[in-house]
Design a protein around this ligand. Structure first.
Ligand code: XMP
Length: 514
C-alpha cells in the first residue's frame, strides 16, 4: 500500500485512482495524519499538491516522522516545496506563475523516477517555486520556468517534482507514477476489483459485527444497487434495502427495481409507496429549489418511519448502520484537507438521517470512481442495463415538470419520457448518450389533430454527451429519429400538442431544466 498524504489539491484524488490502474492499492489521508497513529506501514509515501504556500503562517505541514519510516517519498508540487522547505531551502513566489502545459527536460537519465519518461509535456499549476536545492539533493529535471522541476536524494529515496503526473495532460505521468510505485517503492501489484470485493466484504463484516443490522436506501441506479449487493453478500438478511416511491419516479420504476433487486440479486428490499405524501406536499409549489427541499425532507421522514418499523430479525437491537453508495467524487470535499483544521462533512442528503436516527455511516464505494463502480457491478452480476443506466436525479420527474407538480402533469411527462427512451434504445443510441429525458413545459400551444383544433402543452426533449456533467453538449440526433419520437409523443400522449428539442450546451444552460 502507498500512502497519499493530501494537501488539498484538486487533483489529489487522481493519485489513488492512477495507482489502482496498475493494480496498486493506495490510501489517501489528510496531510496532518500522525504517522504514529497508522496501524500499517506504507511501502512509499506521496505528498500531494495543495493550494497553500509552505511559508505561510497557517500552512499545513507533514508529520516529520514520515521521514523516519525509511520508505521512498515523492513530493508533488506543494509536496515538493514542503520537502524542500522542511530541509531549509527557500521557497517563495515565482516571478511568473505557471499554469498549464510545460516542456519537461530530463537532466539525469539515470534517475529511476524518469525511466522511459524523457522529454515530454507536463501539466503545471503553481505560483511558488524553489530557490535552491536542499542538502543532499540534485536536479534531475528542469522546465523553462522551473529550474528545480525534478529533484532527488537517491540515497534516501526522496523525490520531488513540480508538475502533476496524475493528470492526463502530463504525457508520461502514468509512467512516472508507475516508476515510483513499482520500481522504487516495490509496492505489490495485487489490487484488483475481485479482491476489492473480498476485502470490502471482510471489512463490512468486521465493522458491523456478528449481530448488528444495516439499513440503506436504493434508487434503481448503479451506485446504490452495487452498494446493496455488496452489503447483502457481507451480511445477508441483516441488511434492509428500502426503495421510497416518491411519486416522481420513472414509469414502472418501483416494480422493475423490486424485480431486479429481490428476484435477480437476492437483496432484501421493502418498497414504500409514499407517492401521495410527496405529491400532497408538492401541491402549489413551483420554485425548483423548494421542490428539491420538500422532496429531500419528505424522504428523510418516510425513511425514518419505515426504519422504525423494520424490526431487526436477528436481535432485539436497534438498526445501527446506514449504507450509502457514495462515490469518490462525492466525498472529495469531505476528506480533502481544508485549512488548518480538518472537517468531515457528511453527505447532504443523509445528514439528517445520521443525526436523528443516531446511525453510523458505511460507504463501501467511497474510494471508487463511476467507471470503477460499473466494472464492480458487472463482476457482481448486476444486469448490464442497470449498470449502464443514465443518471436520474433524486427529485426525479418533479424537476422535469416545470411549474407545479400534479399527478396528471407527472403522468404526461412520464409517458413522453418513456417513449423517448424506448426509441433511443431501439435506435441503438442509448450508450452514446450520457443522459436523456423529457421535460413538460407549463405553456400551451395550438395544434390540429384530425379536423380538431387542439390547445395543449409542450414537451422538450433533452439529450447530452458529457464526461463529468460539469460541461455538456447536446446530442446530434438524426432528423429521422427526432421526427419519429415527436410523432409518437404527440399521437400517444394525451395533453401534448408540440415537441421541441433542446439544443443548448452546458454552460450556459444546465442539464436539467430546473
Ligand atoms: P445540472 O442540471 O446541474 O445537472 O446541469 C447535472 C447532473 O446532476 C443531476 N442533478 C441532480 N441530481 N439531485 C440529484 O440527485 C438534484 O437535485 C439534481 N439536480 C441535477 C442531473 O440529472 C445531471 O445528471
Amino acid at each position: 500500500t502507498i500512502l497519499v498524504l493530501d494537501f488539498g489539491s484538486q487533483y489529489s484524488h487522481l493519485l489513488t485512482r492512477r495507482l489502482r490502474e496498475f493494480n496498486i492499492y493506495a490510501e489517501m489521508l489528510p496531510c496532518t495524519q500522525k504517522i504514529s497513529e497508522l496501524n500499517w506501514k506504507p511501502k512509499g509515501v506521496i505528498l500531494s499538491g495543495g493550494p497553500y504556500s509552505v511559508y505561510a503562517p497557517d500552512a499545513p505541514h507533514v508529520d516529520k516522522a514520515v521521514f523516519d519510516l525509511g520508505v521512498p517519498i515523492l513530493g508533488i508540487c506543494y509536496g515538493m516545496q514542503e520537502l524542500a522547505w522542511i530541509n531549509g531551502t527557500e521557497v517563495s513566489r515565482g516571478d511568473k506563475r505557471e499554469y498549464g502545459e510545460a516542456q519537461l527536460s530530463v537532466v539525469d537519465h539515470s534517475s529511476p523516477l524518469f525511466k522511459d519518461v524523457d522529454h515530454s509535456k507536463v501539466w503545471m499549476s503553481h505560483g511558488d517555486k524553489l530557490y535552491g536545492l536542499p542538502d543532499g539533493f540534485k536536479i534531475i529535471a528542469t522546465s523553462e520556468n522551473s529550474p528545480y522541476c525534478g529533484i532527488s536524494n537517491e540515497e534516501k529515496q526522496i523525490y520531488g517534482i513540480q508538475f502533476h503526473p496524475e493528470v492526463t495532460h502530463s504525457e508520461k505521468g502514468k509512467v512516472l507514477l508507475k516508476n515510483f510505485a513499482v520500481d522504487i517503492c516495490k509496492a505489490t501489484q495485487n489490487w484488483s476489483m475481485k479482491n476489492f470485493i473480498d476485502t470490502e466484504i471482510q471489512r463490512i463484516r468486521t465493522l458491523v459485527g456478528p449481530d448488528a443490522e444495516v439499513i440503506g436506501a436504493v434508487s434503481g441506479g448503479v451506485d446504490s444497487t452495487v452498494a446493496a449487493k455488496l452489503m447483502t453478500e457481507a451480511i445477508g438478511d441483516r441488511f434492509h434495502a428500502i426503495l421510497v416511491d416518491n411519486g416522481v419516479l420513472r414509469k414502472d420504476e418501483a416494480k422493475i427495481v423490486k424485480e431486479t433487486l429481490t428476484e435477480g440479486l437476492g437483496i432484501q428490499l421493502t418498497v414504500i409507496d409514499a407517492a401521495d405524501e410527496f405529491l400532497d406536499k408538492l401541491a402549489g409549489v413551483t420554485d425548483p429549489e423548494k421542490k428539491r427541499k420538500i422532496i429531500g425532507n419528505t424522504f428523510i421522514h418516510v425513511f425514518e418511519r419505515c426504519a422504525a418499523q423494520i424490526k431487526p430479525k436477528n436481535s432485539d437491537k436497534e438498526i445501527e448502520f446506514l449504507l450509502q453508495g457514495t462515490l469518490y467524487p462525492d466525498v472529495i470535499e469531505s476528506i480533502s484537507f481544508k485549512g488548518p483544521s480538518q472537517t468531515i462533512k457528511t453527505h447532504h442528503n443523509v445528514g439528517g438521517l445520521l443525526d436523528n436516527m443516531k446511525l453510523k455511516l458505511i460507504e463501501p464505494l467511497r474510494e471508487l470512481f463511476k467507471d470503477e463502480v460499473r466494472e464492480l457491478g458487472e463482476i457482481m452480476g448486476i444486469p448490464h442495463d442497470l449498470v449502464w443506466r443514465h443518471p436520474f436525479p433524486g427529485p426525479g420527474i418533479a424537476i422535469r415538470v416545470l411549474g407545479e407538480v400534479t399527478r396528471s402533469q407527472v403522468a404526461i411527462a412520464r409517458a413522453a419520457d418513456h417513449i423517448y427512451i424506448e426509441e433511443i434504445r431501439k435506435a441503438g443510441l442509448y450508450n452514446q448518450i450520457s443522459q436523456a429525458f423529457a421535460c413538460l413545459l407549463p405553456v400551451k400551444s395550438v395544434g390540429v389533430m384530425g379536423d380538431q383544433r387542439t390547445y395543449e402543452q409542450v414537451i422538450a426533449l433533452r439529450a447530452i454527451e458529457t464526461t463529468d456533467f460539469m460541461t455538456a453538449d447536446w446530442f446530434p440526433f438524426p432528423h429521422e429519429f427526432l421526427k419519429k419520437v415527436a410523432s409518437r409523443i404527440v399521437n400517444e400522449v394525451e395533453g401534448v400538442a408540440r415537441v421541441t428539442y433542446d439544443i443548448t450546451s452546458k454552460p450556459p444552460a444546465t442539464v436539467e431544466w430546473e
